[in-house]
Design a protein around this ligand. Structure first.
Ligand SMILES: Nc1[nH]c(=O)nc2c1ncn2[C@H]1C[C@H](O)[C@@H](COP(=O)(O)OP(=O)(O)OP(=O)(O)O)O1
Length: 165
């Protein structure tokens, strides 16, 4: 059976839930987490979360790394944006960052278990489906803008633009 993909008016789309993700990369490894609560609980992802009112994306991603892993990423670099039209939760507009330096020691908390992961061993089968579209390109240094339509946790459609050099 072919599932009809619902239409999304991307021109006027507005993600009700602004959010962030951080990928710290050092010595051929990326710092992922097993997420213990919130949206995507049980999945592997970067640390991150919802942007609080009055907070910038950069402030949010630093705070979330402090809360989830007890680290402070230094000099976060904005790498891309992800627009998720969801079916059963509010739409998410996610700002994605990378960093190569941080302060503190990655520590397991009630929210996350840190997982230093070889760049060629990313566990895509434990991650959100869209990560297969953009994560490797981003880790190679490319900036991006992506749009995705989800039905539950299934990705039905996507469109990804990579920034020209
Ligand atoms: N399709 C998707 N692919 C992806 O890679 N990350 C996604 C995603 N959909 C959501 N996320 C991430 C973005 C953000 O880091 C997180 C959503 O925020 P959370 O629920 O973790 O927020 P909070 O940590 O603020 O929540 P609370 O536990 O309620 O405080 O999930």
């Amino acid at each position: 059976m072919v599932m009809a993909i619902r239409e999304v008016d991307w021109q006027h789309w507005h993600g009700e839930m602004p959010a962030t993700l951080m990928f710290v990369v050092q010595e051929g490894k990326v710092l992922l987490i097993e997420k213990l609560r919130g949206i995507g609980k049980g999945k592997v992802n970067g640390p991150g979360g919802k942007i609080d009112p009055g907070e910038t994306p950069e402030q949010c991603v630093v705070r979330e790394c402090q809360e989830e892993l007890h680290i402070t990423p230094l000099d976060p670099v904005k790498m891309g944006e992800l627009c998720f039209a969801m079916s059963d939760i509010p739409d998410i507009h996610c700002h994605v960052f990378m960093a190569t330096r941080y302060e503190g020691v990655p520590t397991a908390t009630e929210e996350a278990i840190p997982l230093w992961t070889d760049l060629d061993q990313i566990p895509y089968d434990r991650m959100w489906e869209d990560d297969r579209c953009w994560l490797a390109g981003m880790l190679a240094g490319r900036k991006f803008f992506g749009r995705f339509i989800f039905e539950g946790e299934t990705m039905l459609w996507h469109e990804l633009d990579w920034q020209a050099h």
